[in-house]
Design a protein around this ligand. Structure first.
Ligand code: GAL
Length: 957
């Protein structure tokens, strides 16, 4: 066989490719043999698309000196940097925009794999074979045994080739040339790392004579009659059996029987088989009907409320090459955190993920692999989705998604793609999808007039706008006004946050038209890095990048839930419990759309001063969805103790389920029963002046400056007013945001470099008073700050009074005091916990007694920033001191200062010093979502206004 250099014109061709089979349903046969070609492949990287000829595809080619890569995998994440590096951009194309041309520098990976057919592979004369690629970024050309079998684009979509006639029993040579850039790259401008490679499975499938080819399972549910109708349309005739339902019908024939419906809450699947002459295909059938009715998205006759998340596929070491275990972990984490839906942003996921969604129960918006966001830079000129030349590629993508995933009950909507503007190509996709599958709705966010979609969808609309939409006051076309609304993205989970979720949820629940939303996004796409911990944009020397905008998930790169996920779990909990702990009743409401409460067991606990003094079961009726009941709490346990008292009611899984253990907490509420008594310290001791020190009760102060030196012998360093926090990503806001990017303004006004001027140290009979003015250079604004110390002889009380001066145009980041302790390891507190909380992220903060090491108090945001505050703290013990707040305070402690936290770019930049810096805050500014969405709501602003707060210190023991 002779070889020539194949033209590389296909790389820049707008067409989807050539040689592939028409798309069809993705399934695993029960009896047809298959061979996974995953594993170690030979690999050669070239700098351009045409640097090498294609002789490597020939039989007998010696690739002995080539490197190796793992398939599935991305070559840039392998080879310790020898194979190039990942590039992160949000929407900017990392190459000149000149569609469909791509740069000459086009990393091209030749992949080679020699394989034998397994012993049990049927005779080569029996049927055929199909070679399937589940995902290759971004363009591949394939040869089998020296024959060029085609080329394709559409990275996160399957491509199959008929190869039966080319196979031999042994020594088959599969050669795949993968180009990082292609015309397809213009359609794949999603906000994520650019990661070339064969990143999903490669499989050889035997196709017996008479095998099933493509089939479409139609399984609807009539909620009025309780009947399911099944019809399996199959390209190849056969029979469909569902033993549990006594179904045995021919393909194409409908059958109606009583069934239990499938919903995300009750994911009832029936096992069936499609048997054609040559093959048996297992079916997992879920009966459900999705409809747009009365302007609402209804499933089985009921409107649903999406409590969702946007999920990119991500693994910190393997990128988008996900194993089943990781996919399952995602689904389990979602279920355990009360999520009920996923938008597969912004491409169809690995098909196994959808199997898991069917099985465990999640509503899915399956999104096509399409985004052309970079064209926004040129006002959408030349946008491929509005250029007929590209329409075949768009339709090919739509078809590959729909055909592959059409048999999943979990998929309730098809999404045309993301951020691709509008245009004829999108309309063509929508028309094709509607024609092919009338049993689901079509989604697309970029179409605010809803020409191509069945729902009005937006991203990052602020609370006020969502409320207006809910009330139908948002205007828009007539068509749009009649449609339901979802936020396909909201709550930007970048770094600390997102804030304001509870406020959104209240609005969603108050208006029928609002059918919930999807947090942006599931996981931080940090890449594990030997020196940096997790790398983000710019860490690989990219000339163009968007920094840590790629780390904006509810879980950290290692899949540990971040406080954002814990907050979201609480905000969307499916059972609401409200009431008055003092009168002993709790109103329980079932917030599920379909399930009753029979799977849950309720328990109560009664706390006095944070200590649990009694627990028990709380009988609650198995309320139907939407139903409420008043439930009487028992008599509070007689403890004889007075103090702050509180009921906690929890809804637990009564039994182990597919996704959670028995006793897993699904929902909870705390109902105050008796108030906290205020702290009182009689100012009975007088300050005594010594030569260098003034003493007051247990406190020792510098005689000249009035600075606190120690309390009961415990050294206290640098106690003073503190207003600075290391700005969070949401404080800093995104570059395109308006004039309320507080993180930026705080720096402009100098709040990170406040100066403390000492005005007076005054000694009275019962107090030591230190008067100061705290202000930044170059500005007129300042905070008159008075520290007033009193003592009853054993305890030391500090009252801080703050009076702003000048024209404060910005809120404060925080307001409180900071000081250093030399020996502090563990912290105990009575207040909110166990995790961090901020004014608009505090729903999940549980009042009680907590204990932690200082290190465990830190939340490891990939880019270091303010974190770790505990809310509503009554008292805390740390470093030999007990601190009580009047009123309650925000507590944080760390082994570095806020200034050090502020300069760190990665967690590995943070070095523990000898001092533990403790912040006791009277206030914290809200968090919001401005790294992409709206900032904190006004009620969460920490305004500069006259304020007074106190702390009482005593030495422990
Ligand atoms: C949206 C986009 C997402 C992501 C997000 C910000 O505009 O659809 O892909 O970029 O913003 O993280």
């Amino acid at each position: 066989m002779s070889f020539r250099t194949t033209s590389t014109d296909y790389v820049e061709d707008v067409s989807p490719g050539s040689g592939a089979l028409p798309p069809r349903a993705w399934y695993a046969s029960s009896d047809a043999t298959s061979l996974s070609l995953n594993g170690t492949w030979r690999f050669r990287l070239s700098p351009t698309a045409d640097a090498e000829d294609d002789s490597f595809a020939a039989d007998g080619y010696d690739a002995g000196d080539w490197a190796e890569v793992a398939v599935p995998g991305h070559w840039v994440l392998q080879g310790d940097g020898a194979f190039g590096a990942p590039i992160y951009t949000n929407h900017l194309y990392p190459f000149p925009v000149d569609p469909p041309r791509v740069p000459t520098e086009n990393p091209t990976g030749d992949h080679l794999r020699v394989f034998d057919l397994p012993e049990d592979w049927p005779a080569l004369t029996d049927g055929g074979a199909v070679l399937r690629f589940d995902g290759v970024e971004s363009c591949a050309r394939v040869w089998l045994n020296g024959t060029d079998i085609g080329e394709f684009k559409g990275s996160r979509l399957p491509h199959e080739f008929a190869v039966g006639h080319l196979l031999k029993p042994a020594g088959n040579v599969l050669a795949v040339r993968v180009h990082q850039w292609s015309a397809g790259s213009y359609l794949e401008d999603q906000d994520q790392w650019w990661l070339p490679g064969i990143f999903r499975d490669v499989t050889l499938l035997h196709r017996p004579t008479g095998c099933a080819a493509d089939f479409f399972v139609h399984a609807s549910y009539d909620h009025v009659e309780g009947l399911g109708t099944l019809r399996v349309d199959s390209d190849v005739d056969g029979r469909v059996t569902v033993p549990e339902l006594d179904i045995d019908v021919a393909t194409g024939e409908p059958v109606t029987v009583p069934v239990e419906p499938w919903t995300a809450e009750t994911p009832r699947l029936y096992d069936g088989v499609l048997a054609t002459e040559g093959e048996r295909v297992p079916l997992r059938i879920g009966f459900r009907t999705v409809a747009l009715e009365d302007g609402l998205i209804k499933v089985n006759g009921r409107a649903i409320l999406f409590k969702g998340v946007n999920r990119h596929e991500w693994h910190p070491e393997r990128g988008r090459a996900l194993d089943l275990q990781t996919m399952r972990e995602d689904v389990l984490l979602m279920k355990r955190h009360n999520l009920n839906s996923v938008r597969t942003s912004h491409y169809p996921p690995h098909p196994a993920f959808l199997d898991l969604c069917d099985e465990y129960g999640l509503w899915v918006i399956d999104e096509c692999d399409l985004e052309t966001h970079g064209f926004t830079e040129q006002a959408w000129r030349d946008n491929p989705v509005d250029d007929d030349r590209w329409t075949p590629a768009l339709l090919d993508r739509a078809a590959r998604m729909v055909e592959r995933d059409k048999n999943h009950p979990s998929v309730v909507m098809w999404s045309l793609g993301n951020e691709a503007g509008t245009g004829r190509g999108l309309t063509a996709m929508s028309e094709w999808i509607h024609g092919r599958d009338g049993s689901r709705l079509v989604h697309y966010e970029g179409d605010w007039n809803c020409r191509d979609t069945d729902v009005y969808s937006r991203m990052y609309a602020d609370h006020a706008e969502v409320e207006r939409i809910g009330r139908g006051l948002d205007g828009g076309t007539r068509l749009r006004r009649g449609l339901p609304f979802i936020q396909c993205e909201y709550g930007h989970a970048m770094g600390n946050g997102p804030g304001g979720l509870a406020d959104y949820q209240r609005i969603f629940e108050a208006h029928e038209r609002l059918q919930g939303g999807f947090i942006w996004e599931w996981i931080d796409h940090g890449i594990k890095h030997p020196e940096l911990g997790y790398a983000y944009g710019g860490d690989f020397g990219e000339e163009l990048h968007d920094g840590n905008f790629v780390c904006d998930g509810l879980i950290f790169p290692d899949r540990t839930p971040s406080p954002g996920l814990v907050e979201y779990k609480k905000v969307i909990e499916p059972v609401r419990m409200e009431g008055d702990g003092a009168d002993g009743t709790v109103r329980i409401t079932n917030g599920y759309d379909f399930a009753d409460l029979s799977a849950l067991a309720f328990v109560w606990a009664y706390q006095v001063d944070g200590e649990t003094v009694g627990t028990g079961a709380l009988p609650v009726p198995a309320l139907a969805p939407g139903e409420s009941a008043e439930v009487k709490l028992p008599e509070p346990p007689a403890t004889g103790r007075s103090g702050e008292s509180l009921w906690t009611v929890r809804a637990l899984l009564a039994e182990e389920t597919a996704w959670g253990p028995k006793d897993h907490v699904v929902a909870w509420a705390q109902l105050p029963a008796g108030e906290r008594q205020s702290v009182s310290v009689a100012a009975s001791a007088a300050p005594v002046a010594g030569e260098r020190l003034i003493t007051l009760g247990p406190g020792a102060f510098d005689a000249r400056t009035g600075a606190l030196r120690s309390i009961g012998g415990v050294d206290v360093a640098g106690l003073r007013l503190d207003v600075w926090r290391a700005p969070t990503d949401n404080d800093d806001g995104a570059s395109w945001q308006d004039d309320t990017r507080w993180g930026v303004l705080w720096r402009k006004y100098g709040l990170h470099r406040m100066r403390h001027r000492l005005d007076a140290v005054e000694r009275d009979d019962d107090a030591l008073t230190v008067r100061t003015r705290v202000a930044p250079a170059a500005r007129e604004i300042g905070l008159r700050t008075v520290y007033r110390w009193t003592s009853d002889g054993t305890r030391l009380k500090l009252t801080v009074s703050v009076a702003p001066e000048g024209d404060w145009k910005v809120p404060l980041p925080r307001l409180g005091i900071r000081f250093g302790l030399a020996r502090a390891e563990r912290v105990e507190w009575f207040g909110g916990g166990p995790g961090e909380a901020y004014p608009d992220t505090r729903s999940a903060s549980v009042l009680g007694r907590w204990e932690s090491s200082v290190d465990e108090l830190q939340t490891p945001y990939v880019r270091p920033q303010e974190n770790g505050a505990r809310a509503d703290v009554r008292w805390a013990r740390i470093g030999g001191l007990r601190i009580e707040g009047d009123p309650e305070f925000w507590f944080s402690a760390r082994r570095w200062t806020s200034e050090q936290l502020d300069t760190a770019r990665h967690l590995t930049d943070l070095r523990s010093g000898d001092t533990v810096w403790v912040n006791l805050d009277h206030g914290q500014h809200g968090i919001g979502s401005q790294s992409c969405g709206p900032g904190p709501l006004p009620q969460y602003y920490l305004r500069a206004e006259p304020t007074e707060f106190s702390f009482v210190f005593s030495k422990i023991g």
